[in-house]
Write a protein that binds this ligand. Sequence first.
Ligand code: ZN
Length: 465
Amino acid sequence: MRSSEEFNDWYVEIVEKAGLTDKRYPIKGMNVWTGYGWKAMRLIDTYMRQELDDTGHDEVCFPLLIPKNEFQKEEDHIKGFSAEVYWVTHAGENKLDIPLLLRPTSETAMYPMFSLWIRSHADLPLKTYQLVNVFRYETKQTRAFIRMREIHFFEAHTCHVDFEDAERQIAENLEIMKKLAKKLCLPYVLCKRPDWDKFAGAFYTIGIDSLMPTGRTLQMGSIHQYKENFSRPYDIKYEDDNGQHQYVHQTTYGMSERILGALISIHNDEKGIILPPDIAPTQIVIIPIISKQEPEVVTNKCQEIFAQLKQAGFRVHLDDRDLRPGNKYYDWELKGVPLRIELGARDIQNGVITIARRDTGDKSQIPFDNIIEGIRESLLAIQSDLLTRAQKQHDESIFEITDISEAKPGINVMNWCGEEDCGLQVENATDMAVLGIPVEVEPKSGNCIVCGKPTEILIYVAKTY
Ligand code: ZN
């Protein structure tokens, strides 16, 4: 476990040094995505697009602005968001009759249109998603990728004939999340949030949380079952087989750039960040070790290997800057490139390349005639070892407790009777948040940690970001 202060200082510095973001833009909480960071985010986005397309979703793109009257249709939703909204009140010199707001999320932009699009049960399920920026007036201290006012956001919105079909959608979302987490080497927990902490307007909310090295959890995303909570105020109805008009049941699945924040926080060492090969903008960097005699022999061979790897589909970079190899190692280690190839005259004589793994620092050699296969195996090994290591750290930070005074940094698991009073007392006594009832975890008999009543319900409790 690292102290929050030490970790925060490290984080704030590394995201800029590694070239992921530039926070000098003159609006607090609105950073510039620089090339390297945007490439990493785009790879994550590309993967999400693929998964959503493959599961029958259509990508859409709704306008950024939402009229005030549409935003206000669902009462809980407006209560939950109104303090965070940016308003557009003027156009040129003119005051607008109906103020417009920058989307903090897109329910209220999409649902008036859904009500026009859906007519009969043949239009269902309607499965859409978009990748856009959302805006939230954040009053706490902002931090790159983790707490921003302009947020790069993924949101899927679906409509279904009934509650059961919406539940099937949520099961599909959990599968998509499982696959994404594997790509990112990110352990996570799923918790059904307590009623006092669910999303504004939701019937229930499943939070997707990752555990940071400070012992606090970070919500990377969430999945919501809305039931008819939005379809009623937005009048989204379909005609069923019997000619009756029914309200649709809806779900959403949202994730943000926080995924990248979690990734950086979990995969790193004293040299910098470590990116999982599946989403690293550069998977392999080639460093020529030029000797005074015949420098072109090394240069030519490096170019040949670069072309060969690129052709094979790897994201590879040849660093031919006029710098000492040691300086280049430093730069690429900081940026978290998973694999480095070193190639000098002696390697060429021996017919091998030398590779260095970013995660372990291990060096080994691959013969020229096996480069593609050798590199592929090394990247797979890094991908798998990163997840194993992170999962181990994660699992070691989950503690079962039976006395509230035993709560410690990490995720605390305890029995709870289900009464809000007892839940709030847990939060007060620990100065932590109830993440909720773990999903896909077996219930366990015990006594409520506050009132002692016998119960099978477990809850996860942690400090959160
Ligand atoms: Zn209780």
